[in-house]
Write a protein that binds this ligand. Structure first.
Ligand SMILES: [Zn+2]
Length: 252
């Protein structure tokens, strides 16, 4: 077994979902820390929060890999007076490096949308609009029946917007927040669209065009990527014979 450095984990993530494919507005890659730092334990999470850092300390992780970035908007100071400042200071004080893999992950086969499509056993799937997965349900369901199934899959209350009796065969999915994705869902022939957060004017427009919408929560529709990424990362470090254990956190 070989010792791993932060850079080794970065390179594996870059092979899975190249960081250069992230959107220009995004902030991904090694955002805090040292690429030469030795890593034995890695924590994968959706968000970097106080609780995530506490958990990283508990399992003695030297690196946190999270979906949502820090410093998404430029910051001009790192002090204890801001939420983000406190997180960055806590990482540095505890010698924990931080990698964000955001829109690059969303565009990869490790995306939340892809994992949701797998959990729902969608067939004939394809990716549209870079972020959306569309596919056929194993059997057509009424919007109401599908809503109940989504609630079971996500372990979360799902809000149905549209005609409860509308029969759904083709479902489009984007984990997280992509309300405007409903246009692409219609273009891809979907009768319904699931995402984490919806804007009111999008609901009105989509419903007027006959599309049923499901709002499943930002965290809950993205979380399925975490256990999958944890498993895939562990397989890859094992294949390279690196002495690393990968943990996952459901904390946000
Ligand atoms: Zn998100």
């Amino acid at each position: 077994m070989k010792q791993a450095r932060v850079e080794d984990i970065y390179n594996i993530l870059n092979d899975m979902a190249p960081f250069e494919t992230a959107e220009d507005f995004d902030n991904v890659g090694l955002l805090v820390g040292d690429k030469e730092q030795i890593v034995n334990n890695v924590l994968v999470a959706l968000d970097l929060s106080d609780d995530t850092i506490e958990y990283a300390l508990k399992i003695n992780a030297q690196l946190v890999v999270a979906h949502h970035p820090l410093m998404f908007s430029p910051i001009h100071s790192i002090t204890m007076d801001s939420y983000e400042g406190r997180l960055i200071i806590k990482l540095i004080k505890n010698n924990i490096s931080f990698i964000a893999a955001h829109t690059n992950m969303d565009k990869s086969p490790y995306s939340a949308s892809w994992q949701l499509a797998k959990l729902l056993s969608l067939k004939n799937t394809s990716m549209v609009d870079e972020y959306i997965f569309v596919g056929d349900l194993p059997e057509p369901l009424s919007a109401n029946e599908l809503c109940l199934q989504l609630e079971k899959t996500l372990s979360q209350k799902v809000v149905l917007r549209g005609d409860e009796k509308h029969m759904i065969k083709r479902l489009a999915i984007t984990g997280g927040s992509y309300s405007e994705g409903f246009y692409s869902a219609i273009d891809a022939g979907a009768e319904a669209y699931l995402t984490g957060e919806l804007r009111h004017h999008h609901i009105l427009e989509a419903n007027s065009l006959g599309l049923v919408l499901f709002e499943g929560g930002h965290f809950e529709t993205e979380y399925p990527m975490v256990p999958n990424l944890t498993e895939c990362l562990q397989k890859d470090v094992n294949a390279l014979e690196l002495n690393v254990r990968v943990f996952s956190s459901r904390l946000s």
